[in-house]
Design a protein around this ligand. Structure first.
Ligand code: GLY
Ligand code: MN
Ligand code: MN
Length: 429
C-alpha cells in the first residue's frame, strides 16, 4: 500500500470493541471484498470492504476473519484466513502476505490459509450457537451484484440451518460512526492532502484548460502524497455543469467568465476526505458570482456551529434549509410572499438547493450512521451547503469536514482557502 504503516493497535482495539458487543456463545464472520471484474481478463482496482479493513487492516482479496470469543480452543477465537501464494501467483500477480506480515498488519496471531477454511470453520461452528453475518445495509442502495458477505453469508446459512443468525451491521456501525484518535489523525491527513491538491489547482486553472487537465493535477498531488487515490469519483465541473450535482464526465473546456466547481477528496489509508470548492475560471469572480458565493459561505460558517453533541443530521439539514431559504430570497430568486403560500412539502428554495447538508465521513465517503444518530465527540461529518442557478450558469458548493468534540466543532479543512480574496489572490499570484 502507498500509505505509511498503521499501528495495529487500531485494528486490535476495533476487534476488542466489536467482541464486547457480541452476546455469549457467538461467532462473527467477515469476508473481504471481491475483485470486481471489468472486462476480458481485467479487474477494477481493488478496494477492501470497509468493515473488513476496520477489523483487520488487511487490503488483500480472498481473506476471511472469524471472531469466536467464547470457544474452548484458544487458537480459534480470532482467526484470519488468507490466500496461500505459490510461484505462479508470485510471478504473475506479485507478492501476497506471509503469515508474519498478516500478523504484523492486523495483530491477529492465528493466521491460516484460506484452503483450510471449510475444515476449521466447521470446527468453530459446531461449538457455537449464534452466528453474526455482515451485510452492506446502506439505505437506498440496491446494487445488482451481490457482494461476498451477501453470497458467502447465504451459503453459511444454508450449510448450518440450525444455528441462530444475526446481523453484524448494527454493531459495526455503532463503532465505526465514532472515530478514535488514530482514525482522526488519518482523516486529517486525507484532508491535508486534499487541501494541497486544491492549492495546486488554484495556480493551474485558467481559461482554455480542460476539466480533465485540472483533474490530472489533483490526482498527481494525491499520489505524490501517498494517498490511494480519490475517495470517490471527482467532480470537476465548469460553466453550466456546476449545476449538475453528480457531474463526473470532466471533459469540457473551462471558459473565461465561468465558475469551476470541484468536489473531490483524497483517500489516505482507506479514509476519505470530502471537499467542495468553487472558483472563477479566470481568477476573478463577477459581482453576481461574488454575491452568490458569499451567501453560501455565510451559510457554511453559520452551519458549522450546529456540529455539536446532541444535534443530528436531520436537525442540521432542516436548520440549513432555513438559512439557505433566507439567502435565496435575498438573492431575488424567490419572493417572501410566495414562500408564505408555498406547499410545505415542496418548498420553493429546493429549486436552488436540493441536497442535504451533512453526511457521516470515514472509511466511506458516505459513511455508516443514520440521520437520527445524536452527534457525539469523535464523529466526523461534512458540511456542504450549495446554490444552483442553471439559468445564470452559477453552481456553487462549499464543503468542509467537521469533527465533533465535547466543546466546539473542529473544522478539519479550516486551513484550506475559501475566502473570495484569498482564492483570487492565489489564482493571480
Ligand atoms: N462527494 C460526495 C458528497 O459530497 O456527498
Ligand atoms: Mn459530501
Ligand atoms: Mn463532496
Amino acid at each position: 500500500m502507498k500509505y505509511l504503516p498503521i499501528n495495529n493497535s487500531l485494528f486490535k482495539e476495533n476487534r476488542d470493541n466489536f467482541t464486547k458487543l457480541l452476546p455469549n456463545d457467538s461467532v462473527a464472520v467477515f469476508f473481504s471484498n471481491d475483485q470486481q471484474p471489468r472486462n476480458g481478463d481485467q479487474y477494477f482496482p481493488y478496494r477492501q470492504q470497509s468493515d473488513f479493513f476496520y477489523l483487520t487492516g488487511i487490503n488483500q482479496e480472498n481473506s476471511i476473519l472469524v471472531i469466536a470469543p467464547d470457544i474452548k480452543t484458544e487458537n480459534l477465537r480470532e482467526s484470519l484466513f488468507i490466500v496461500k501464494t505459490n510461484e505462479q501467483i508470485a510471478i504473475w500477480e506479485g507478492h501476497k502476505h506471509t503469515w508474519e506480515e498478516a500478523r504484523d498488519i492486523s495483530g491477529i496471531q492465528n493466521i491460516f490459509w484460506i484452503d483450510d477454511f471449510d475444515l476449521i470453520f466447521k470446527e468453530i461452528m459446531i461449538s457455537t450457537t449464534n452466528v453474526y453475518l455482515n451485510r452492506n445495509e446502506y439505505p437506498k442502495f440496491f446494487p445488482d451484484v451481490k457482494d461476498r458477505n451477501h453470497r458467502l453469508g447465504n451459503k453459511i446459512r444454508k450449510d448450518f440451518p440450525l444455528h441462530t443468525f444475526n446481523r453484524s451491521a448494527p454493531l459495526i456501525t455503532k463503532l465505526r460512526v465514532v472515530k478514535s484518535d488514530l482514525e482522526v489523525k488519518l482523516m486529517k491527513r486525507a484532508c491535508n492532502i486534499t487541501g494541497k491538491a486544491f492549492e495546486r489547482v488554484l495556480s493551474y486553472a485558467k481559461p482554455g484548460k480542460y476539466e480533465f487537465e485540472v483533474q490530472a493535477e489533483i490526482t498527481h498531488e494525491f499520489l505524490m502524497s501517498r494517498a490511494n487515490g480519490h475517495g470517490y469519483e471527482p467532480i470537476i465541473a465548469s460553466g453550466k455543469n456546476t449545476c449538475v450535482l453528480h457531474y463526473t464526465e470532466n471533459d469540457k473546456i473551462c471558459r473565461d467568465g465561468d465558475l469551476l466547481l470541484f468536489d473531490f477528496g483524497a483517500e489516505y489509508a482507506n479514509y476519505s476526505a470530502d471537499m467542495s470548492r468553487t472558483i472563477p475560471v479566470n481568477g476573478k469572480f463577477t459581482s453576481r458570482q461574488k454575491e452568490c458565493y458569499s451567501a453560501v459561505l455565510r451559510v457554511l460558517k453559520k452551519a458549522k456551529k450546529l456540529y455539536i453533541p446532541g444535534n443530528t443530521i436531520n436537525i442540521v439539514n432542516s436548520e440549513v434549509n432555513m438559512m439557505m431559504e433566507e439567502e435565496i430570497i435575498k438573492l431575488g430568486l424567490i419572493k417572501t410572499e410566495d414562500v408564505k403560500n408555498q406547499d410545505k412539502d415542496n418548498p420553493l428554495f429546493k429549486k436552488y438547493f436540493m441536497h442535504g447538508t451533512a453526511h457521516f465521513l470515514g472509511l466511506d465517503v458516505h459513511d455508516v450512521g443514520s440521520k437520527e444518530d445524536k452527534f457525539k465527540p469523535g464523529m466526523v461529518l461534512t458540511c456542504e451547503p450549495g446554490l444552483y442557478i442553471p439559468e445564470e450558469n452559477i453552481g456553487i458548493r462549499l464543503e468542509n469536514d467537521i469533527l465533533i468534540t465535547e466543546n466546539y466543532p473542529v473544522d478539519l479543512m479550516e486551513s484550506i482557502p475559501i475566502e473570495i480574496e484569498e482564492i483570487e489572490e492565489l489564482m493571480n499570484r
